[in-house]
Design a protein around this ligand. Structure first.
Ligand code: ADP
Length: 500
């Protein structure tokens, strides 16, 4: 049946793409996009990039020169110096002339610039045309039209000293075809290398991710069939390792739950059946055999009936507590007094010795009946499991904020790995039922549920062979004077009687 479900799952997700191929495809896509971008930018757009960069450069140079001459009163030597500097730096030819074209300074850093062949008439003409065009003129030679591959930028302006001037900057645009050819060859190699590298990398990463997941997946399927003793890998990347470890923990918890369920069925049926068998057995004996109708036999029947009642009550209490069906009825009461009364009842048990240590009277705001039940349950356990000295100590310790009650026995103690489980319902350390006469296995679950409802802390310290200290803590409270004065309200007994 379970196998069928897993088969169904496998079939359901059959068409889905696996992690390995997913990563692989992602990588392949990424590589292709990068390669396409490289080709587009390096090959197809190189020329226009180059042009726009050059145009941008010639424009900023021209404008900054004009700005300098407009703002500063420069003599001819200074003008020559800045022009020379710019011409060399930017590899330009620069011509500065007046509006009539007769006076001119030329600096050339490009070989064979047409600027040097301009006559003064042509210069004057260019001046007028540029003025007409708004003081700025840009020409980027277009070789397709058979024009010289030239970049020309003309600016007209008025210098600081008031004269109209014209600045012409010129450079040639180097053809990019040969560069593009070289790049094409380089890029072809690069493309092949990149594709290979990407493939290898994708395979490697995909393996590192998918392999542990595949293993965890397999283990999880085994777990789903109800086999809890399964190993989950915790290798690989952090999240995957964490997943493995978490599933391992979950498997452990599941197996505990399963164990608990089996114990539960075994315990409940055993615990209910034993007293019933006894009751039936003794009743028949008393009915059938003359002279067996003795008070001792009747007492056994009564004891067993009590035990059944306790068990059934505990079961009901716990179910109701855990279902939240019993609301808390908190009130401010004297906890010390309440424990003292409980201990007074126990004192009547002749073969046990009880002590209660408390330095002061402590009040708490809690459900008195339920807290009494906690004390009863803990003391009953201590009685059941205490050692040869038959002593049970209860100690109250208080700070300003909280009060702690400890129930101490000198019994066999509890092994450290059981300490967590004893609070589970029906859990008994001793599974052999040697102590079947003792407890329902529910006492501590009830304690736990009640304290959790109160938001209190609880716990146990135990040493095998030496004994255990079961403790709980509640928030302390300080009643107003009038509440305190009449002493504790008439004592209400806890639900469980000593020794029940
Ligand atoms: P039970 O009715 O069996 O005592 P509890 O829930 O009260 O059930 O306790 C659960 C188990 O915890 C017990 O079966 C016992 O093994 C262990 N335990 C409880 N109290 C003590 C104690 N004071 N000393 C040793 N073991 C204890």
């Amino acid at each position: 049946m379970k196998h069928n479900i897993i088969e169904d799952l496998r079939r359901r997700f059959h068409g889905k793409i696996g992690i390995r191929w997913g990563i692989f495809a992602g990588f392949a896509f990424f590589t292709v996009v990068i390669i396409i971008l490289l080709w587009v930018f390096q090959i197809a757009l190189l020329e226009s990039f180059y042009r726009s960069i050059k145009i941008e450069e010639i424009q900023t140079t021209g404008q900054s020169l004009v700005e300098q001459m407009e703002q500063n009163n420069m003599n001819i030597f200074e003008i020559e110096e800045v022009i020379t500097q710019e011409a060399e730096d930017k590899q330009l030819s620069i011509l500065l002339s007046d509006s009539s074209g007769q006076w001119a300074v030329l600096k050339k850093s490009t070989p064979d610039s047409f600027l040097e062949r301009l006559t003064w008439i042509e210069r004057a003409q260019i001046y007028m045309e540029t003025e007409a065009a708004g003081g700025e003129y840009l020409y980027a030679g277009d070789r397709d039209n058979g024009q010289p591959d030239n970049l020309l930028y003309v600016l007209t302006f008025t210098a600081q000293e008031g004269q109209d001037r014209m600045l012409i900057l010129n450079t040639s645009l180097t053809p990019v075809e040969s560069t593009v050819e070289t790049l094409k060859i380089q890029l072809s190699y690069l493309t092949v290398v990149m594709i290979l590298l990407a493939l290898l990398l994708a395979l490697f990463i995909a393996r590192r991710i998918s392999e542990p997941i595949r293993q965890i997946n397999e283990s999880a399927k085994t777990l789903a069939t109800g086999e809890y003793a399964i190993e989950f890998q915790d290798r690989g990347f952090r999240e995957i390792a964490e997943l493995g470890a978490t599933l391992q923990y979950a498997a452990g918890e599941l197996s505990k739950v399963e164990q608990l369920r089996r114990d539960l069925i075994a315990n409940v049926s055993h615990d209910l059946r034993t007293p019933l068998t006894m009751i039936a057995g003794y009743s028949e004996v008393m009915r059938d055999i003359p002279g067996e109708n003795t008070p001792e036999n009747v007492q056994i029947i009564i004891d067993e009936t009590n035990r059944l009642t306790t068990l059934v009550n505990d079961m009901l209490d716990l179910s109701k507590l855990q279902a939240g069906a019993i609301p808390l009825e908190p009130s401010v009461f004297n906890l010390t007094e309440s424990i003292r009364e409980i201990m007074a009842r126990y004192d009547k048990m002749a073969d046990f010795h009880f002590t209660f240590e408390a330095k002061e009277e402590v009040f708490v705001n809690a459900d008195e009946l339920k807290i009494s039940q906690v004390v009863y349950n803990l003391v009953n356990n201590a009685i059941n499991y205490t050692g040869a000295d038959k002593t049970v100590r209860v100690r109250q310790r208080a700070t300003d904020k909280a009060v702690r009650v400890e129930v101490i026995d000198s019994g066999e103690g509890i092994e450290p790995d059981k300490l967590r489980d004893i609070w589970e319902r029906y859990y008994k350390v001793d599974k052999s039922h040697k102590r079947a006469q003792v407890g329902s296995g529910l006492g501590l679950s009830i304690v736990k549920s009640i304290l959790e409802l109160h938001g209190g802390l609880y716990g146990v310290q135990s040493q095998v062979g030496k004994g255990s200290v079961f403790w709980f803590e509640l928030e302390r409270c300080y009643p107003k004077q009038e509440e305190k004065a009449p002493g504790r309200l008439p004592g209400r007994a806890g639900k469980r009687e000593p020794g029940s």
